[in-house]
Write a protein that binds this ligand. Structure first.
Ligand SMILES: [Zn+2]
Length: 442
């Protein structure tokens, strides 16, 4: 396994002591950080990275996205959620092919590596194609094949729960353990209770979890109360969904009991602040959830609503939106909000050994170029990253100790080819007529 030495670097460890180390050395042996400070005796690196004027920190874990929706970036703008789905997103997706998903995800992978993401939780269609991109790019991922439970003829790619079960088994632990898999029933507002119960039975049989969308609008809560006499969270709990490891995106409209359930059931909640702002959805009450003891991670959501995959921006917005919403500047300080985007995300995606820079931890890390005017002076490394750093300040990205970006150049993906092919496919998609009719009601 290759050995790597990063020297003269500052380190934002994001450890329990919130340590920031100045002008030190990181030794990486294979996938693991073997030392920070003095390298182990006799350590002879295959590569030395000069870290002067750079800050190392754990790479970002994007805990909820639909990467291939990069093809719909800028296609559905300034609309309410129901029209966004019915008039735009589901029209383009009804023409989606397997190859489109490959190229859309490849485009997303270029962007994710460039902006410091090391792993993503993807929830989309034709997920084997996403698996191939993860294999080739060197990234890590938790993959869910989205299924609505409407019958194969109304599903994108003609999928069924059984086919998504096969996907979970085929890809689990693939790419040298960089791929984790999970079931992906869309949400309690699209999926019928009987279908969700079948998904729970599948999850138990496979020893897998469930990634879905929860409580995105007051309309969804009202509908759930009317149909089932329960909030979406209580409804999912009653169906047994929350008894398997659950990744619940959004969770904006929650009451006190919902929050207690999410804590008791160890549900991982994902806030996607940029999408929530842009679609005027409201704000996940992150400080209350954290006080309750819930693991809260951050995500971009798909690039059709975000419109990018930049976790630096999402981290910044996560802090700002709570401060503004609660009129409280002390909420979510920089160090804490960075941990939501790193360690909490790593936990939600099942990569618990990542998210902190310390000996014995996995070398999933990035180097930010601090030699830029907007990052000087260096009084507070965490604040500089949260409020100042831009995606193109990321110079290096390492996943499992492998360099995926070196001095701003991608090492695993043919970016030029991907840009051309993805744009060509995106244009074809939006010129299609809808073949699968579905309706979103808020
Ligand atoms: Zn989503």
């Amino acid at each position: 396994m290759p050995r790597l030495l990063i020297r003269n670097v500052d380190v934002l460890t994001l450890d329990a002591q919130d340590r920031v180390l100045k002008n030190t050395t990181i030794a990486v042996d294979g996938k693991t950080i073997s030392a920070i400070g003095e390298p182990p005796r006799g350590f002879s690196p295959d590569e030395i990275i000069e870290g002067r004027d750079h800050l190392a920190l754990p790479g970002f874990f994007n805990a909820h996205t639909h990467a291939a929706m990069s093809l719909q970036r800028g296609w559905a703008e300034d609309m309410p959620l129901d029209r966004w789905f019915n008039e735009k997103i589901w029209v383009a997706e009804s023409a989606l092919t397997e190859e489109d998903v490959y190229w859309g995800t490849a485009l997303a992978a270029c962007e994710m590596i460039r902006s410091g993401t090391v792993a993503f939780a993807d929830h989309y269609f034709w997920m084997s194609q996403v698996g191939h991109v993860v294999e080739e790019s060197g990234l890590k991922a938790l993959l869910a094949w989205c299924v609505f439970g409407l019958g194969a003829e109304q599903e994108i790619g003609g999928t069924t729960l059984e086919l998504t079960e096969r996907f979970v088994q085929r890809w689990r632990g693939a790419a040298d353990g960089r791929i984790h898999t999970i079931l992906g029933p869309h949400s309690p507002y699209v999926c019928k209770p009987a279908f969700l119960e079948r998904a729970v039975a599948s999850a138990r049989k496979l020893g897998a979890g469930i990634h879905l969308h929860v409580a995105e609008s007051q309309g969804q809560v009202d509908q759930s109360l009317k149909e089932y006499g329960k909030t979406p969270v209580a409804h999912l709990a009653a169906l047994g969904v929350l008894d398997v490891p659950t990744l619940a995106a959004h969770c904006i409209y929650l009451n006190k009991e919902d929050m207690a359930i999410l804590e008791q059931k160890h549900v991982n909640v994902v806030q996607c602040p940029k999408t929530h702002l842009k679609l005027a959805m409201g704000t996940t009450r992150v400080p209350e959830l954290l006080t309750q003891g819930v693991n809260v991670a951050l995500g971009t959501d798909g690039p059709a609503s975000n419109n990018d995959l930049n976790m630096l921006e999402v981290t910044r917005l996560a802090a700002l939106v709570q401060k503004a919403e609660c009129r409280d500047p002390e909420l979510l300080p920089s160090m804490q909000v960075l941990k939501l985007a790193t360690a909490n995300g790593a936990r939600a995606l099942g990569f618990e050994n990542s998210g902190v820079l310390a000996p014995g931890r996995t070398a999933d890390l990035i180097l930010i170029n601090m030699g830029r005017p907007h990052l000087r002076p260096r009084h507070n490394a965490a604040a500089n990253i949260v409020y100042g750093a831009q995606a193109n300040d990321v110079d290096y990205s390492l996943v499992n100790g492998r360099v995926l970006m070196r001095k701003g150049a991608l090492t695993t993906l043919d970016e030029e080819k991907i840009l051309v092919e993805a744009e060509k496919r995106a244009l074809r998609l939006v010129n299609q007529k809808m073949s699968i009719v579905r309706e979103y009601k808020s």
